[in-house]
Each structure stands twice: as C-alpha cells, then as structure tokens.
Ligand binder design. Structure first.
Ligand SMILES: [Zn+2]
Length: 276
C-alpha cells in the first residue's frame, strides 16, 4: 500500500533516520520541503545565494530516495522576509526572495524538484509593508509556477475563509490552476477548500485525518515534521501519517480510499506518477 506524507523537513535531529522510521511504520512516499536560509547557515545577499540552499536540499532528497520515494519541494519561506529585513530594507528583501523563487522554478524545469514551496505569507503578525510585500512575492511565485507548469505548496496565516479566497483569487490572476495550489498545514475543512478550489494538505493533529475523511476524499495528509533537535517530534513525528492511515482503515475507510488520498490526489496536484 502506498502511504504519502505531503510535507516533511529534514534538518539537524534524525535526518535520514526519520525516513527509516517513516518507512518502518508503513510510509512509502514523501515530499521533503526546504527550510529557511538560517537552517543552512546561509545569509542571502542576492537571489543567487538561494541556489546553495536548493542544491543542498536536492542532494539530501537524492539520499532520501535510497530509503523511500522522496520528492524535493523548494522555495523561499515567507518568514524569510523577516530574517532578511534585519539586514536590508524590506523592499530589497522581497526582490531577493522573488529571484530565489525564479531559481527554484529553474530547478523544477530541470527535474530536480517537483514543486515550489513553501511560499506564502507569514503566520505571525507583521506590518502592512511586510504583508503587502509578502503578497507581491507570493504573486510572483504563482507566476513562476504557471510558467514552469508546477504546483505550489503554501505556508500562510491560520485558515480563514476570506484569506483562502483572497489567495485563490491571486492564483487565478496568475493563470495557475487552483488544484495545483496546496495549502500546507490545513485544517480538516474539506468542503470549504473544495468550494474555493485550493487543495488542502491536512495536518495530522488530533482527529484531523478522520474528520477530513468523513467529509470527502479531496485532500492530502502531512506531518510538517521539523527534524529540529531543540523541538524533537515537532510538529508531528515521522511515523504519524502511516499511523493515521491505519486508523482510517480501522474506521472502515478502505484501501481504495487511501489510494485516492495517497496516490490519485498526489498525481493530480503535482502532475507526477506515483508507483511503488
Ligand atoms: Zn513546513
């Protein structure tokens, strides 16, 4: 059975051992997402500097592929604007982030990564200037994704119907298909997402997976495992998606249902073929 975690990081704690745990628990496919520049000890001064980060990430994903089937997702995290703005004007920071996202797009074109992410808007309170610039960077990410023909993983403020609709409108303006826009860390609001068009990647907290399954089958599952030795097991441990899939089976959702979530939806969103 194929079991996919749509959003995981590898940093300084278990590294590839996290994927051994994932695999032993029944996991088969994983989307590994690049982190912030500080996690790579890089202090970007120009967009080009993100290349080192993406290269390090792609090389880690290649190693991960010896354990499970792993896909690289690369982008410029929305919190990057706060980090960069400590060293330069926010406008300059936004420009560098846009250049970084263009480089991420080239990596996707070259087949080194499958999607752009995580990109979006800060999840914490920021000034109007930073908020507007974040929207501008996000709009650019949508345009790059449209040109390259790839999906986008979003990191945003906590879910609100208005916020979701606003982002959908931006993607629509960029000409990007809404089902290629995935909101990472989604609550189990399957109907609401279906109405708006953005694809939810449900975070496996509490009973979220089960809540989602009761509403339909248009979603992905993720842990947002951070692999940070200072916060081990955050946000959720690497074994969580396989465990939640087993729980769904126990609750009467059959293997066809799991196939829909872990294979068909993934293929549809990313435009890739998922096989064992
Ligand atoms: Zn993440």
């Amino acid at each position: 059975m194929i079991v996919t975690d749509n959003h995981m990081h590898l940093y300084n704690h278990l590294r590839l051992k996290a994927l051994e745990q994932f695999k032993n628990a029944g996991g088969t496919h994983v989307f590994l997402v690049s982190l912030l520049s500080k996690h790579y000890n890089v202090k970007p001064k120009k967009g080009e500097d993100f290349k080192k980060i993406f290269e390090a990430h792609v090389s880690l994903v290649n190693k991960a592929n010896r354990i499970v089937k792993a896909y690289a997702v690369i982008g410029v995290h929305p919190a990057e604007i706060t980090i960069l703005s400590g060293r330069m004007r926010p406008r300059e920071a936004a420009e560098i982030m846009k250049e970084g996202i263009e480089i991420a797009g080239k990596f996707v074109e070259e087949g080194k990564a499958v999607a752009i992410g995580e990109v979006g808007r800060p999840h914490y309170k920021v000034s109007k200037e930073i908020w507007d610039l974040s929207n501008e960077v996000l709009m650019h990410a949508f345009e790059v994704a449209k040109d390259v023909g790839c999906a986008v993983q979003l990191h945003t403020e906590p879910y609100t119907p208005e916020g979701l609709r606003e982002i959908a409108e931006m993607a629509r303006k960029a000409g990007l298909k809404l089902e290629r826009v995935v909101k990472h860390f989604s609550p189990p609001k399957i109907k609401e997402f279906e109405e708006v068009g953005i694809f939810p990647s449900v975070i496996c907290l509490n009973d979220y997976a089960l809540e989602a399954a009761k509403q339909g089958d248009r979603f992905l599952l993720e842990t947002d495992y951070l692999d940070d030795k200072n916060r081990p097991g955050s946000v959720l441990g690497p074994k969580t998606v396989p465990r939640k899939v087993k729980e769904l089976l126990k609750h009467g959702f059959d293997e066809d249902f799991i196939y829909k979530i872990c294979v068909e939806n993934v293929e549809r969103v990313y435009g890739i073929e998922i096989t064992l």
